[in-house]
Design a protein around this ligand. Structure first.
Ligand code: NAD
Length: 333
């Protein structure tokens, strides 16, 4: 039976890395009807919006989506389509595994952690205003419901994956009410998981510890903003954003996308690293139960990466995006 899956190529390097991913998934033999829909910069001109209703309808119908990055204008213009998608589809958990690759030059080896980022509130709620022309305010929204839900998700995931520890990140010494509520929620849920070690770390100290001793961490749960920042930081420890996949999970719907953005500085040059998108596809295959196919891709990736000549520019090589995907496909077949 073929799977119906929504495909959003995205902006910037999105179409290049997503096309590489689709080619690889097709090569591994999983039968998918891709429901390809455009969103982002492209549809502003054609549809008058970066997030047309047909995108939401397609994802609601298919329940699974693979997406490239979408550009968000800085300091002005429309609000983030990525944030809108997560909110509209209630994709409350953003799962970001960070795992070292053998042989890839990086600041650290043996990193194997998963960041679980709350995905629907915090400063990303976009509640901000100009008080007058010299003052602006942005409201940080933290609810008990969303905090308990994400903490439970992190603990349950830790148990299911046989992980040993959940580290909750906060700044409740300063934001006593909002981060205080997130921390209290974590402490409460931790009591239901006595088999999992629980620790609390303040976000500034966490940043330093993660840079120095990333091997000490297993599952990290954080409110939206800290989770976002720490996941880019963690990607930097293992070789960069080109290697970091993510899954946005809701009760019924799941959307998979690379952690990186549209990287306009390198788009349309066939030099972007497609591994983050490919590994997001691997997470998707595991989610739909296609474990053999997922493992085949992971194995092919690690074999191809062993040869320095096969690596893209961000990893010190000269390989093109398309050619990298062709090498992976050769290994699969
Ligand atoms: P970015 O992740 O696009 O790029 C940061 C740096 O990493 C750049 O130097 C870029 O060249 C490099 N990089 C990123 N992905 C790479 C890859 N696959 N291979 C090689 N190098 C790669 O971050 P940015 O420049 O801050 O953001 C650009 C746009 O993307 C912004 O509009 C931002 O809002 C958007 N964005 C979207 C998402 C998403 O769709 N989920 C996530 C993050 C940023």
């Amino acid at each position: 039976m073929a799977y119906d899956i929504t495909l959003i190529p995205g902006d910037g390097i999105g179409p290049e890395v997503i096309s590489a991913t689709v080619d690889i998934i097709e090569a591994v033999g999983v039968d998918i009807n891709w429901d390809k829909v455009e969103a982002g910069a492209n549809t502003i001109e054609t549809e008058g919006t970066p997030l047309p209703d047909y995108v939401i309808n397609s994802i609601k119908k298919n329940k699974i989506a693979l997406k490239g990055p979408l550009t968000t204008p800085i300091g002005q213009g429309f609000r983030s389509v990525n944030v809108s998608l997560r909110k509209k589809l209630d994709l409350f958990a953003n799962i970001r595994p960070v795992k070292s690759f053998n042989g890839i030059p990086s600041l650290h080896k043996d990193v194997d952690l998963i960041i679980v980022r709350e995905n629907t509130e915090d400063l990303y709620a976009g509640v901000e205003r100009m008080i007058d022309e010299n003052r602006a305010e942005s409201i940080k929204i933290i609810t008990k419901k969303a905090s308990e839900r994400i903490c439970r998700y992190a603990f349950q995931m830790a148990r299911d994956l046989n992980r040993k520890k959940v580290t909750l990140v906060h700044k409740a010494n300063i934001m006593k009410l909002s981060d205080g509520l997130f921390l209290e929620s974590g402490r409460k849920i931790a009591k239901d998981y006595p088999d999992i070690e629980f620790e609390e770390v303040i976000v500034d100290a966490m940043s330093m510890k993660l840079v120095q001793f990333p091997q000490d961490y297993d599952v990290i749960v954080a409110p939206n903003l800290y989770g976002d920042i720490l996941s880019d930081l963690a990607a930097g420890l293992i070789g960069g954003l080109g290697l970091a996949p993510s899954a946005n999970i809701g009760e019924e719907i799941a959307l998979f996308e690379p952690v990186h953005g549209s990287a306009l500085d390198i788009s349309n040059k066939n030099i972007a690293n497609p591994i983050s998108a490919i590994l997001s596809g691997v997470l998707m295959l595991k989610h739909i139960g296609q474990f053999d196919a997922a493992v085949k891709i992971e194995r092919a990736l690690s074999v191809v990466l062993k040869d320095e000549a096969n690596r893209t520019m961000d990893l010190g090589g000269k390989q093109g995006t398309k050619e990298f995907a062709e090498k992976v496909i050769e290994k699969i077949s």
